[in-house]
Design a protein around this ligand. Structure first.
Ligand code: SIN
Length: 297
């Protein structure tokens, strides 16, 4: 696991004085001393720059309400409302509950939200810029979330693979992933036609340019990418497998070990993430918002 090293202190500002410590691994930085309710526009710009640079920022010790979580997330852009309305937090449709807790025989949240590697809402025409996941109740073990750096994944591809994927587009499909996970998770009842209509399949470039840094990142995932357009199925499957294994290889992954009150804010334009399902006897609940991003190019 990457550790927090290489202290990098930002200049003090009167209202909020936080510290950004980059992790020593392939991505990520820890932010301490931040009061999200005191953030100025300058603070937000600085946090956004840290997100673009480090791809994942871990905001420690955020004892905040769902309302404050939503208000803070909105400072980065409009929020997206997840199609699975069953797991919206009451009175806060912008928050999706991620949880393995079952109450009265019913799951209180999406138990397998992270059950394979993916970039949140990549199945939308305007996929998510980033997600903010706030810890509510954490298990003592088996609750980690992993992140892979998709800038590095692209940069380190062999030249012939870069050539093969150049200019290619791929289909991202919510229904494709949902039906695959349905086979694993008994509570995944069939989607309604209305839900299916809300999330039609979309096409995105296999390699996208980050709209803020200009860096190129791989933009396919095990979770939502059903196929690469214009290739026979076996070739598309083999290429997606190769790209996926390359992206999540050891050395390109940061494993987040959650602490109480963490908010982890990740850039969905430059990462994919994965969180295996926590066993039922260890309770794990987190609240997630997702900020809308640009149409990938
Ligand atoms: C997600 O994929 O948004 C959930 C990640 C997690 O459960 O840690």
């Amino acid at each position: 696991m990457a550790s927090a090293t290489a202290l990098q202190t930002r200049p003090a500002v009167a209202e909020n004085n936080f510290t950004i410590r980059p992790f020593s691994g392939p991505l990520g930085a820890e932010i301490t001393g931040l009061d999200i309710n005191l953030t100025s526009d300058r603070d937000i710009a600085e946090l956004r720059a840290a997100l673009v640079k480090h791809s994942v920022i871990v905001l420690r010790d955020q004892r905040i309400t769902p309302q404050e979580h939503v208000a803070f997330s909105r400072r980065f852009g409009p929020l997206q409302v997840h199609v699975l309305n069953r797991f919206h937090l009451k009175n806060h449709p912008e928050i999706m509950i991620v949880s393995n807790v079952v109450e009265n025989g019913q799951p209180i949240g999406l138990v397998d939200a992270g059950a394979d590697w993916h970039s949140d809402l990549s199945y939308m025409l305007r996929p998510s810029l980033g997600s903010l996941l706030h810890a509510q109740e954490l298990p003592p073990e088996q609750g980690d979330t992993q992140f892979a750096n998709m800038f590095n994944a692209y940069d380190s591809l062999p030249a012939d693979v870069k050539k093969t994927i150049e200019g290619r587009r791929a289909v991202h499909s919510y229904v494709y992933r949902y039906r695959r996970l349905q086979a694993l998770t008994p509570w995944r009842v069939d989607l309604t036609q209305k839900q299916i209509d809300e999330v039609p399949d979309v096409e995105h470039p296999v390699v996208r340019t980050h709209p803020e840094s200009g860096r190129k990142a791989l933009f396919v995932s095990e979770g939502f990418t059903s196929h690469i357009i214009g290739l026979p199925k076996d070739e598309s499957d083999a290429l997606l497998k190769l790209l996926h294994e390359h992206a999540v290889r050891a050395g390109n992954v940061y494993t987040h070990k959650w602490r109480a009150h963490d908010i982890v804010f990740w850039d969905n334009r430059s990462t994919v993430h994965y969180a295996p399902i926590t066993p039922q006897h260890l309770r794990r609940t987190l609240y997630r918002t997702t900020v809308e991003g640009d149409v990938p190019f």
